[in-house]
Write a protein of this length. Sequence first.
Length: 283
Amino acid sequence: MNYYELKFTYESPIEATIISDVLASELGEIGFESFTEDEDGLLAYVSDQLYNVKALQDKLNEFPLENVTIRYTEQLVESKDWNEEWEKNYFKPIRIGNDCIIRASFHEPEPGYTYNIIIDPKMAFGTGNHETTYLMISEMLKLDLEGKDLLDMGCGTAVLAILAKMKHANKVVGIDIDEWAYNNALENTRLNHTEDIQIALGGAEQIPAFGTFDIVFANINRNILLNDINRYVGCMKPGATLFMSGFYTEDISAIQAECERNGLKFISHAEKNNWVAVETQKP
């Protein structure tokens, strides 16, 4: 498969890494599959079959951060060994305190972490996910998951589902609508010897097939979360907790309002570089 490589640069008083994370999240909604930050901005990749110039222009015209001018150039990149590109140029280990490290199989092991998760990201892991992944893992590390049933909605690489199994959760289910992410999640569960995680391809309509849960993690984006909160509530046991991420600080009020409309109690939120994770609870 051939890809377009788009190089984005910015003029803005806002820190470039924040702009890159927001831009990657926006581009992910229109088919872009991977992102690499460089010193000037962001490299973004989309298959030639999915590249839509009008959709891109619409995203740039409606960019959610103010005082940002974005320019880009594009080039067609012929099919190559994308795994080799990741290894050489992009994926770096992610460390969350002294508790958890997420690394690829091509990284050297680092001793001393309680949870050592191997993720071979391929095209399913992007820069825009790092802040939200960090936030959600930080929340999960605080929890006692012994014997709990957990849903990882929008599981991507399945890193949250894998960590849940490592923390001795009982039933763990991961669901993602993207076929590439689905296949990558299956591979990563095998790499971490957590094959008893159930992985499903699809959206929130898949949830009822897996019963109810004590804890739900949903790391997706604002619009999908707002649309699907009612479905999450439907699969939550009494007293269950819902953690959500994939949106910005300015979206908290809309997320909180929809949660309260569906009978959820808003507990708290955490922030990292304008990204947010919220905790809510079902009575």
